[in-house]
Ligand binder design. Sequence first.
Ligand SMILES: [Fe+2]
Length: 198
Amino acid sequence: MSGLIRLRGFIQAMTRLADADTSERAWLTEGADLLRGLVAQDDWLPDSMAEDGPTYRQYLLHCDPAERFCVVSFVWGPGQRTPIHNHTVWGLVGMLRGEEVSTEMVPDPAGGPMRPGRVDRLRPGEVVPVSADTYDIHIVENAFSDRASISIHCYGGNIGAIPRSVFDPATGAARPFISGYHNSAVPNLWDRSRELAA
Ligand SMILES: [Fe+2]
């Protein structure tokens, strides 16, 4: 199995989880197992969804029609990082290529500087959750200054359209944020003609 067949199978399995009215806890276990299977092989991501740019790229691979979950390719150019941000929904991060570092950022109740908490360094094939049960506010950065890194993310909604926040590290002050996506077309998973002709 290679190419988009692998991505299509993953999305079909995630859709079955959504249809089963899966709890957040189950998404973070069963969904994580599925994502681990997807990122175990690096032979399926279209090149157009793997290009880096002047800032980190966020390419939508699939959004469930009922917006119950989405699948996104994050491409980190050398040394690139996100602002401090939250998600408000469950998320799964699976490392496909290179490495990234996710650092939890903890607000100071008194309005002082935010402080770092848990640090996850992801290597290819590894999957970590984000959730209000673990941590929801973090900063993510490419672990490498000389090459791109790519991770595949799933969220419990259409993450590019969810009103979220970015945070000022000096004060913890929140500012509204809707991320959007960098691509205007998603991969065509449904041209089965080559498989059928094989
Ligand atoms: Fe994040």
